[in-house]
Design a protein around this ligand. Sequence first.
Ligand code: UDP
Length: 371
Amino acid sequence: MVVIDMYDYLIVGAGLYGAVCAYELNKKGFKCLVIDKRNHIGGNIYTEKVEGINVHKYGAHIFHTDNKFIWDYINQFAEFNNYINQPVARYKNELYNLPFNMNTFTKLWPDVFTPLDAQRKIEEEKYKYRIAEPKNLEEQAINLVGPTIYEKLIKGYTAKQWGRPCKELPPFIIKRLPVRFTFDNNYFNDRYQGIPVGGYTQIIEKMLSGADVKLNCDFFANKNELLSKCKRVIFTGQIDEYFNYCFGALEYRSVRFETEVLNCSNYQGNAVVNYTEYEIPFTRIIEHKHFEFKTNLSKTIISREYPSAWSIGDEPYYPVNDDKNNILYQRYLELAKKEPNVIFGGRLGQYKYYDMDDVILSALETIKNIV
Ligand code: UDP
């Protein structure tokens, strides 16, 4: 039987990684079929317009990068506003600015006025712990900001997010958070930042405009038929699922969102408020309109974010990149190398806690290498 390839590439997953690949391949004259098991494109950066507000259906996505090339790249597909993420943390009845900066320190300690005061305070606080080389997130956090900030702003939030105590988590997670001795509430250190005017879905739409897209299409349920039509595969789903969990499942964290439309124009005065005490089951409340400065609307939409355990069949959000899982991933990677016609990419395909700019960079590099 002669099987005729109709597509050069099958791209499994219509999220950011898959969409960048489709766009670049199309530009180079390759024909792509993009499938997604969901009923919409965009993966977890999907936004949906409700009551005039772009709702981040799978959690807040704030684009930030230090890479001018990536910034210019994403700006081809949408105009970005000047949103700067400045989350507020609520611990019991106290409110603090994030990331940890002079605004946080002066609110926390009434005798702190200057950067030197703050540095001294933190040094004084952490002195008794004398941690030379932090081996877990708790030690890393205490080393960075001392025990008071750790107790109020890190311990509960992190334990909720990851479903285990900070002592059992790798230190690198907290390294995402800046510590500054200036009055600067910008959550990111990156030079470029913003939210696309009109939401993220339009970006993916444009990236996919040259490809054929099939939604509600599960790769595993239609594998033989799909593979018979396509020469090569770019797989952006879970690498462990691709190999039928043959070495056991990698661990992920999942998230559940409780979204509400409220008859109030301004619920919390900020796009992101983190709830850092352990006893409150959600980690943060997102008020979507503030990403777009739509303060004139009479209604608002909020999403409470509840981290949850993941098991096979649930939606995976975060890879748990501790040693145990990274070693297991390496075993899957070895299997992947034996499949020359399949490229594994994105947060799930590469089991990496990627930000959006890293995803784009990685997709562009993949295409550069294979073409
Ligand atoms: N984190 C924290 N308190 C906060 C916010 C973040 O302790 O109020 C820690 C927590 O360990 C979390 C990590 O910082 O896992 C990274 O947070 P980020 O907001 O960057 O996570 P994401 O936005 O990717 O969910």
